[in-house]
Design a binder for this molecule. Structure first.
Ligand code: ADE
Ligand code: ZN
Length: 336
């Protein structure tokens, strides 16, 4: 079963580049940039990755990204992720980054953007991994700050596919960002948003109705609302689920109760992704394996999830079809 997952062609659609800084890299970059860390060793940092909820994680995540100072730092972290993704048979990656997490501490938008972008270009050329870039607004900051971040992002309009919404969800409903998302769509960008991770099903509805998202990131709490479940299935709205993240942030107590099973059985377009792999104990294949084991997914179901990932990608239809065929071939040639 493990080998079926390893060779399975797949897309990663929910990955925060700042969540890929492994503790060893974090220490290396801190030394390179003379950044003071509050931890004295890789072990003590790793030991702190014991989260009671999303906010516990975010506190460390924002501290951790402070080691990213130069374009080279952003390049190195992105390149390391792409090599890992390539080794796990990720053929296409759509990558989030948090501009406000950088500009708020004096690192220019351009520094973050160009470093990540250059690595993505090299990833396309040298690894054959296609990619897209999605800046996210921090929902626990005010909407005016998001507007300013969007204006900066629009200087790079041609190299962006969508905007997203992340950070602390509770008390920060999608509707708070209606205007900034309207403006992003007017500029021709697609939209996505984290919704229903810790927040209620109603936040998923708002993401659809107010922010007009093309995909929902996480979406777990949609499972609390049967009418919403039906709608998501009927409208074929993709959900980018992140099982190990949900486990580590106590969004689910046990993966055996993860809503992905019910969603898959009800015809929702679910995908499996890694969110912040350096913090949650695994990249995309570890996420596929964890849900396979907990939910007893068959090879057919795993292949369906991989097909969903290409279907949900922001790629031209023709490319989606070609990538989906690679899943069909993997399945057809697989021998136990
Ligand atoms: N930023 C990085 N990872 C996140 C997550 N899982 N939820 C909200 N914001 C995030
Ligand atoms: Zn996320």
């Amino acid at each position: 079963m493990t080998d079926f997952i390893e060779g399975l062609p797949k897309a990663e659609l929910h990955l925060h580049i700042e969540g890929t800084i492994e503790p060893e890299t974090l220490f290396r970059l801190a030394a390179r940039n003379a950044v003071d860390l509050r931890y004295d060793s890789v072990e003590s940092l790793r030991a702190a990755y014991d989260f009671g909820n999303l906010q516990d994680f975010l506190d460390l995540y924002y501290q951790g990204m402070a080691v990213l100072q130069t374009e080279e730092d952003f390049y190195d972290v992105t390149w390391a992720y792409l090599e890992k993704a390539h080794a796990q048979n990720v053929l296409h990656a759509e990558i989030f980054f948090d501009p406000q997490g950088h500009t708020s501490r004096g690192v220019a938008f351009e520094t973050a953007f160009e470093g990540v972008w250059r690595a993505l270009e090299d990833g396309r050329e040298r690894l054959g991994v296609s990619s897209r870039l999605i800046p996210c607004f921090l929902r626990d900051r005010d909407a005016d700050e998001a507007k300013a971040a969007l204006e900066q992002a629009l200087h790079y309009r041609d190299r962006l596919i969508a905007v997203g919404l992340d950070s602390a969800e509770r008390g920060n409903p999608p509707v708070k960002f209606k205007e900034v998302f309207d403006r992003a769509r007017d500029a021709g960008l697609l939209t996505v948003a984290h919704a229903g991770e810790e927040g209620p099903a109603d936040y998923v509805r708002q993401a659809l109705d107010v922010l007009r998202v093309a995909r929902v990131d996480h979406g777990n709490h949609a499972a609390d609302d049967p009418a919403l479940m039906e709608r998501l299935a009927r409208e074929r709205v993709p959900l980018t689920m992140c099982p190990l993240s949900n486990l580590r942030l106590q969004v689910v107590a046990d993966l055996r109760n993860h809503p992905l099973r019910r969603m898959l059985d009800n015809g929702l377009l679910v995908t499996v992704n890694s969110d912040d792999p350096a913090y949650f104990g695994g990249y995309i294949n570890e996420n596929y394996r964890a849900v396979q084991k907990a939910l007893g997914l068959s090879n057919d179901e795993l292949a369906r999830i991989a097909r969903n990932s290409f279907h949900a990608a922001f790629l031209p239809e023709e490319e989606k079809r070609a990538l989906t065929r690679r899943v069909d071939e993997h399945q057809a040639h697989w021998v136990e």
